[in-house]
Design a protein around this ligand. Structure first.
Ligand SMILES: Nc1ncnc2c1ncn2[C@@H]1O[C@H](COP(=O)(O)OP(=O)(O)O)[C@@H](O)[C@H]1O
Ligand SMILES: [Mg+2]
Length: 369
């Protein structure tokens, strides 16, 4: 075994003991040298001053006794100090050993796939608290990522099943000669593959957002301008469906630092949703600013959202009317993505509705800098 390898196998307890033993030995050694060199001389001098002549038998005995007493005291002190060092090393080793074993066990548990493992802070001082805190944070983060991953895979499988089954059924029909491969069948097939493609895009966007990997290109953004551009992009479709746009835009809205494209994506999502759920009526976009925030709202006069569904619409893949909303094109992550984008900017997004048939309002805000 090489020296290095040997050094690696020496336990923490032995190292601590060696360290403390060295300190004790150096201390005792120093005292020994000093007392041997100085104390007898001093004692001898005092004996002379006290009237003992040189070489007086009594004085010699007294000096001899003094020397023995010092030596015995030093050896007793050495023994006591070594025992204390042993006890202290043992205690510290046990405590630190328990902690290290705890961390190692938790790491193995996590490696084996159980992300709930945590380490208790050992009450050994702030350095060790930092270690256990960081470890627990890491474990928590892993647990979150794992939960997201699992749910995402489940959701994804669920979402893929319908379009794949539809395509499969059509293809089987064509093979069996029951269905003709006419333009309408092709359109149907194309529609399903597009849905799968959109799903793939949404999944990658939502996973990036949920794992906080969204990269933002920060720049000064004039929200009023951005909103007006989004309205122009939607005007034709709104007009076709007979839905009017109304605006209440604060003319003094401050410029915010944000990622322009991402905020455009948020507005597009909200205007698409509003149109999809407003068979006829009006969509109002309003903005205002207070001392801390810049607030944007999109309010429609459409279908509204029932109270029991409202808490869930921001969740990934949640749709109020699963079959119908799916048919209308959404995979149910538009709002999740919109909220993720706004939150990545340090703001937040909320959705409210007084109930079915009574319209919906989505409000989002960014911090004012
Ligand atoms: N303006 C709205 N009016 C009524 N319901 C809405 C509105 N916006 C969203 N929703 C409901 O919230 C669900 C989730 O919205 P979203 O995350 O954008 O998914 P998607 O639009 O893909 O269905 C929608 O399926 C719909 O049921
Ligand atoms: Mg949507």
């Amino acid at each position: 075994m090489s020296l290095r390898a040997q050094a690696r196998t020496v336990s923490l307890g032995t190292r601590l003991l060696i360290g403390q033993g060295l300190v004790v030995l150096v201390g005792i050694g120093t005292i020994l040298v000093v007392t041997e060199a100085v104390a007898p001389g001093l004692f001898h001098e005092h004996m002379l001053i006290a009237g003992h002549e040189n070489p007086d038998v009594e004085a010699l005995h007294a000096e001899e006794a003094f020397r023995s007493a010092i030596t015995i005291a030093l050896f007793v002190a050495l023994a006591a100090a070594l025992v204390a060092a042993l006890a202290a090393s043992y205690y510290l080793t046990r405590r630190i050993g328990q902690l290290v074993r705890g961390v190692a066990d938790a790491a193995s548990t996590i490696a084996a796939g159980d992300y709930e493992a945590r380490v208790h802070p050992p009450a050994l001082g702030p350095e060790f608290d930092v270690l256990t805190d960081s470890f627990n944070q890491m474990a928590g983060r892993l647990a979150d990522t794992e939960t997201t991953r699992r749910q995402m895979l489940g959701d994804l499988a669920h979402e893929m099943r319908t379009p794949i089954a539809t395509v499969d059924a059509y293809l089987e029909g064509v093979e069996d000669g029951v269905t003709e491969l006419d333009p309408s069948t092709l359109e149907m097939l194309r529609g399903q593959t597009q849905r799968l493609a959109r799903l793939a895009e949404d999944i990658s966007a939502v996973s990036r957002i949920e794992e906080h990997h969204l990269e933002l290109a920060w720049e000064p953004v004039q929200l009023t301008e951005l909103i007006e551009q989004t309205i122009i992009a939607h005007e034709a479709r709104y007009a076709t469906q007979g839905v009017r746009f109304a605006t209440q835009l604060d003319p003094k809205l401050p410029v915010v630092r944000a990622d322009r494209d991402r905020l455009g994506q948020v507005m597009t999502n909200l205007l698409d949703n509003a149109l999809r759920h407003t068979p006829e009526g009006e969509v109002t976009i309003a903005t205002h600013a207070d001392t801390r925030r810049v607030v944007v709202s999109v309010a429609d006069t459409g279908e509204g959202i029932p109270g029991d569904a409202l808490p869930h619409v921001l969740e990934r893949f949640y749709r109020v009317d699963t079959a119908r909303d799916r048919q209308r094109g959404g995979s149910g992550v538009g709002l999740t993505i919109a909220r993720g984008i706004v939150q990545a900017h340090g703001g937040d997004l909320d959705i409210t509705s007084p109930g079915s048939g009574r319209g919906t309002t989505v409000t989002w805000w960014l911090p004012r800098k």
